[in-house]
Design a protein around this ligand. Structure first.
Ligand code: TYM
Length: 348
């Protein structure tokens, strides 16, 4: 199979497909990160496409991070990647701050992106809320650094959850403007990969808000570090309604909590949501939730166990990240050097 055959939109003919994606190591990884991103990362790796995955610690510091906790969370996220199936001999796995090409290109993109584009980013508006005078400048510029993460590798495809779609559109705009401003065909116009049943996993307490590591309620999410008992309890206590599961997906339309649990089941079992409905239509949550809890425990508890094991040897995790950083640097350095040349910087 050619390396682009597995992708819905192949890379342009003059470019090999290359996948890049990142996750912030701020707080722990959630089921949302796993189903929306990590599980896809592993699939792409196993399809034989070149895959580069990054723990974006420079993004994490756009909001306050305690240094000790950040170090721990970065190692723990690396352990989460490996425990989920990322193989550091097949994928490049590293933390962003070890490869300076990201921030160098990020600065250049700060000078390409327009204030108007950045002001329209809904995630910034959500995160800044009414406090926009008091958030860091980095939080505002964040999507330009995200574009740099991807384009420093001239990556063609980016697997993400639905919440990152607008940032990837901005990445396309930045690439197109750079190419146009300098009269080059240098950066690819990236394709987002937003696929599967769980591109937006919702809170277990409120089916209208996204499952997130920053939600104050730990009951709202499943953490990849949760053990079997905790996973099971959280699912059994998840908010639902009193209706049985319907016969068709359209019957879930105004039932966000029910829809969320069906989607989670589908994504964990590698089924379609309709397939889940076919199995459980007519069931009450008293039957469906224990089945989902068993499935989630079977799929997730081995990951949390393996993470615990990996975390016993932090020096080994650091070695893996350092090796990944060297491999990442070998790709990104020449790209950024070419960019300096294109934009007219003198280089010794
Ligand atoms: P982050 O760290 O918030 O999330 C990492 C990945 O997990 C996905 N995700 C979800 N998917 C489904 N349901 C959810 N509830 C859920 N929560 C999170 C996100 O969509 C994402 O794919 N800006 C990015 C990190 C980043 C990046 C990049 C991504 C920095 N540079 C370059 C791709 C390419 C972020 O904050 O993701």
């Amino acid at each position: 199979m050619s390396d682009t055959a597995a992708l819905a939109t192949p890379a342009p003919p003059n470019r090999a497909a290359r996948i890049f994606s990142g996750i912030q190591p701020s707080g722990g990884l959630t089921l949302g990160n796993y189903l929306g991103a990590l599980k896809r990362f592993v699939q792409k790796q196993d399809e034989g496409i070149q895959t580069i995955y990054c723990l974006v610690d420079m993004h994490a510091i756009t909001v306050w991070q305690d240094p000790q906790k950040l170090r721990h969370a970065t190692r723990e996220a690396a352990a989460g990647f490996i425990a989920s199936g990322i193989d550091p001999t097949k994928s490049i796995l590293f933390n962003q701050s070890q490869v300076s090409a990201h921030v160098e290109l990020g600065w250049i993109f700060n000078c390409v992106a327009r204030m108007g584009w950045m002001s329209r980013m809904t995630q910034f508006k959500d995160k800044a809320g009414k406090n926009s005078e008091n958030v860091s400048l980095g939080l505002f510029a964040y999507p330009a650094l995200m574009a740099a993460d991807i384009l420093a590798y001239r990556a063609t495809h980016v697997p993400v959850g639905e919440d990152q779609k607008q940032h990837l559109e901005l990445c396309r705009d930045i690439a197109a403007k750079f190419n146009n401003d300098f009269g080059v065909d240098f950066f690819p116009i990236v394709e987002p990969i937003i696929e599967g049943a769980a591109t937006r996993v919702m809170s277990l307490r409120d089916g209208t808000s996204k499952m997130s590591k920053s939600d104050p309620s730990d009951q709202s999410r499943i953490n990849l570090t949760d053990d079997a008992d905790m996973i099971s309890k959280k699912i059994r206590k998840a908010k639902t309604d009193t209706e049985p599961l319907p016969e068709t997906l359209s019957g879930l339309k105004n039932r966000p909590e029910a829809r969320n649990l069906v989607n989670i089941y589908a994504a964990l079992a590698d089924m379609t949501p309709q397939g889940v409905i076919d199995l459980y239509s007519g069931s009450l949550f008293g039957q469906f939730k224990p089945a989902l809890a068993d499935l989630a425990v079977a799929k997730l508890a081995p990951i949390s166990k393996e993470m615990q094991r990996l975390m016993k040897d932090p020096a080994e995790i650091d070695r893996i990240l350092e090796k990944g950083a060297q491999e990442a640097n070998a790709i990104a350095r020449p790209v950024v050097d070419q960019v300096y040349d294109i934009i007219g910087m003198i280089r010794g």
